[in-house]
Design a protein around this ligand. Structure first.
Ligand SMILES: Cc1cc2nc3c(=O)[nH]c(=O)nc-3n(C[C@H](O)[C@H](O)[C@H](O)COP(=O)(O)OP(=O)(O)OC[C@H]3O[C@@H](n4cnc5c(N)ncnc54)[C@H](O)[C@@H]3O)c2cc1C
Length: 561
C-alpha cells in the first residue's frame, strides 16, 4: 500500500492501491439515465470515461421508464413560440418545493441562497444539456406527446401537472423525450437507453457491467481519486484522475437504511435491486451534508404484491376509474383520488395524534363491477384488465360482504402491518361515503376534495372514461359486486442523500465541495426538495446534474493518485 494508512472504513479508504487495475479521467457509477448523460458529456469534453454498473445489464430504472424529462424554456418551445420566462418558472419551482417558505417578493423567493442557486442552475442548464447531447450525437430531444384534459392528442405534450397554480404560466411544452421514433410511455425508456448505449460505444466509453462499487479512495489531499468495485472474479480498483460521478440511484433496497430513514411503511419501489445507497454511505464518511433523506418520488402500490419483494415494475400513477373511491380503515375518503402520484403517496405517512398511529398506512381502492369489466386500454394498475385473474382483488356482493373480505385479508397480513384491521363501522361508513360521492358525481362537483378540478388530473386520468359530467367521477352501481385493492405508500426510489452544489459536487456541512466527488439523479438529496415540478421531474434532475457534474469534472486538472 502506498502512503500512510490514515483512514479506512468499509466505504472509504485513504490508503491508495500500490497500482491501480484501471485508470481513467472520470469514473461514472451506474448506467441509468443520469450515468449515460454524465458519461456522454464528459467524453465529449475530452475525458476518458469508465462506467461501472453493478447489474448485468445497462439501463437502470430507465429500462422500464416512460422516458420524459422536464426542460423549461427548451429549444422546441422556443421554436414553437411558447415563452417560458425564467422568473415565472422559478416561482413555480419554489412554490412547489418550499410551500411554507415561498415568498414571491423576496429576491430568493423565500428560499435559502443555495436552494435558489440550484433552481436557477436547473432552469439555465436543462435546455443547454439537451442541445449539447444532440450536437454530440448522443441523443436528440423532441416534445413528449400526450393528451389534453379533454383527452385530445396534443403534439406539444400533455398538460403540466400543476397548471392550475397561478405560478404556472406554461401549459404545454416543457416535457421532452429522446428522439427515438417512439411515444411517451412503455418502451420509450428502453429506446432511450439503446440510443445512449450505442453512442457510448461509438464514443469510446468503457462500459463495464457486473462491477459493484463498494468503496471510494481519497488521496492525501482528501480528494476522491478512485473506487473499488466488486466483480464475480474479485475486486477491481479504478483510478479517476478528474472525478467520480455517482449516478447509482437511491437507497431503498438497503433494508436498514429504509427502516431507519423513512417514516411509516413504504412497501416497494420500481428501482433496481442494486440501489442500496452505497453513495450515501461513502459521502457521509467524507463529511457530506445530507438532505431529504426521508423522501421518495412517491406513488402507491398494491401492498400484497410487494410486501415480500419490495419491488415491482408497476406503480399506481394516476388512480384509474370514475366509479371509484379511496378510503381508509374507517371507510372515509382521505384524498382527491385523482391527485398526482407524488402528492397521493405522501398521505400514507400522516400521523394521527389521537390514535397514535398511521391510520392511512393501508388505503382501499374501492370500485364497482362496471369498472372491473371496462375493457378500454389504459394504465389501470392495480385494477386488472377484465379476464385477468388477480388474487389481490377482494370482492363482495354488498358493502358488508366487501368489508368482511377486506378484513379477512388484513388479518392474514397482520404480521407486516402492525395488525391493522377495519374499524367496526367501516361498512356503514363506506356506504355513506359512496352515497355522498354519487351525489358529487351527479353534479360534477366534489365538495370534499375537488376531484377533477385541476386540468392536470383530467389530462392524465380520464382516458377511456366518458360517462360522467365531470369525467373523473361516476355514481357507483346500486348493487354489487364491488371490489377493492389494498394500497400502500411506494415510489420510484428514494430521492434523498448527499447535498450538491450547482456543479453537482458533493458538499460538506460548510457547503465546501468534497473534491472529486459528484452525484446526479436519484442518489443525491433532490435539489427540488422532493417536489415533482411536472412530468419528467426525476429524469430532468438526472439530466441537469449529470450534465453539470460532467462539465465540472472534465474541467479539472489530474489529481495525484
Ligand atoms: C414505469 C415508469 C415510468 C417512469 N416514467 C418517468 C418519466 O416519464 N419521467 C421521469 O422523470 N421519470 C420517470 N420514471 C422514473 C425514472 O425512470 C427514474 O427516476 C430514473 O430512471 C432514475 O434514474 P437514475 O439514473 O437516477 O437511477 P437508476 O435508473 O436507478 O440507476 C442507478 C444505476 O446504478 C446502479 N447501481 C446502484 N448501485 C451501484 C453500485 N454500488 N455500483 C455500481 N452500480 C450501481 C443500478 O444498478 C442502476 O443501473 C418512471 C419510472 C417508472 C418505473
Amino acid at each position: 500500500m502506498k502512503g500512510t494508512l490514515t483512514h479506512m472504513s468499509k466505504t472509504t479508504s485513504s490508503s491508495l492501491p500500490e497500482s491501480w487495475d484501471l485508470e481513467t479521467d472520470v469514473v461514472v457509477v451506474g448506467s441509468g439515465f443520469a450515468a449515460f448523460v454524465a458519461a456522454a458529456v464528459a467524453r465529449a469534453r475530452g475525458s476518458e470515461v469508465i462506467m461501472l454498473e453493478a447489474d448485468d445489464e445497462v439501463g437502470g430504472m430507465m429500462r422500464i421508464s416512460s422516458g420524459e424529462y422536464w426542460v423549461p424554456n427548451n429549444p422546441k418551445m422556443r421554436e414553437a413560440g411558447i415563452p417560458d420566462p425564467k422568473a415565472d418558472c422559478l416561482k413555480l419551482m419554489a412554490r412547489l418545493s418550499y410551500p411554507t417558505h415561498y415568498n414571491p417578493s423576496s429576491p430568493t423567493l423565500g428560499l435559502s441562497e443555495r436552494a435558489y442557486q440550484l433552481f436557477e442552475t436547473y432552469y439555465d442548464t436543462a435546455t443547454v444539456a439537451v442541445e449539447e447531447l444532440a450536437v454530440i450525437g448522443a441523443m436528440g430531444s423532441v416534445f413528449s406527446d400526450g393528451v389534453t384534459p379533454d383527452a385530445v392528442f396534443n403534439p406539444t405534450g400533455h398538460i403540466e401537472y400543476h397548471s392550475e397554480l397561478e405560478e404556472n404560466k406554461v401549459e404545454y411544452g416543457r416535457a421532452m423525450m429522446a428522439e427515438t421514433g417512439g411515444i411517451h410511455g412503455p418502451g420509450q425508456g428502453q429506446s432511450t437507453i439503446d440510443l445512449l448505449f450505442a453512442h457510448s460505444q461509438r464514443a469510446g466509453i468503457d462500459v463495464r457491467t457486473g462491477h459493484r462499487v463498494e468503496q471510494a479512495y481519497v488521496n492525501a489531499g482528501r480528494e476522491v481519486v478512485g473506487v473499488l468495485a466488486a466483480t464475480a472474479t474479485g475486486s477491481v480498483t479504478v483510478a479517476a484522475r478528474r472525478g467520480v460521478i455517482f449516478a447509482s440511484g437511491g437507497f431503498f433496497h438497503d433494508e436498514a437504511m429504509r427502516l431507519q430513514l423513512l417514516r411509516g411503511t413504504v412497501w416497494g419501489v420500481t428501482a433496481p435491486k442494486a440501489n442500496t445507497g452505497v453513495f450515501l454511505k461513502i459521502a457521509q464518511s467524507l463529511g457530506a451534508m445530507t438532505e431529504n433523506t426521508d423522501s421518495l418520488w412517491w406513488g402507491q402500490m398494491a401492498v400484497e404484491e410487494v410486501r415480500d419483494v419490495h419491488r415491482s415494475d408497476n406503480m399506481a400513477f394516476w388512480l384509474w376509474g370514475d366509479s371509484m373511491v379511496l378510503v381508509n380503515r374507517h371507510g372515509h375518503r382521505v384524498v382527491n383520488e385523482k391527485a398526482h402520484y407524488n402528492e397521493r403517496g405522501r398521505i400514507h405517512s400522516v400521523f394521527d395524534a389521537t390514535t397514535k398511529s398511521y391510520e392511512n398506512n393501508i388505503l382501499f381502492q374501492v370500485y364497482d363491477d362496471a369498472l372491473a369489466h371496462n375493457d378500454e386500454m389504459g394504465v389501470k394498475y392495480p385494477v386488472p384488465y377484465p379476464g385477468q385473474p388477480w388474487d389481490l382483488v377482494v370482492s363482495g356482493n354488498t358493502w358488508d360482504e366487501l368489508a368482511d373480505a377486506i378484513d379477512e385479508r388484513l388479518a392474514k397480513l397482520a404480521a407486516d402491518t402492525g395488525g391493522v384491521r377495519l374499524a367496526p363501522d367501516f361498512a356503514s361508513n363506506l356506504s355513506d361515503t359512496v352515497r355522498r360521492f354519487n351525489g358529487f358525481a351527479e353534479t360534477g362537483v366534489d365538495e370534499d376534495f375537488g376531484r377533477g378540478t385541476a386540468p392536470g388530473e383530467r389530462g392524465y386520468s380520464v382516458l377511456g372514461l366518458t360517462r360522467g359530467v365531470n369525467r373523473t367521477m361516476y355514481p357507483f352501481a346500486d348493487s354489487g359486486p364491488y371490489h377493492a385493492v389494498l394500497l400502500g405508500a411506494a415510489g420510484f426510489d428514494t430521492n434523498g442523500g448527499p447535498s450538491i452544489n450547482p456543479d453537482a459536487q458533493v458538499i460538506d456541512w460548510d457547503c465546501e465541495p468534497i473534491p472529486g466527488l459528484y452525484g446526479a439523479g436519484n442518489c443525491v438529496g433532490a435539489p427540488g426538495h422532493g417536489a415533482y415540478w411536472s412530468g419528467g421531474a426525476t429524469l430532468g434532475n438526472a439530466l441537469v446534474w449529470a450534465y453539470r457534474a460532467a462539465v465540472h469534472a472534465s474541467g479539472q486538472t489530474a489529481k495525484e493518485l
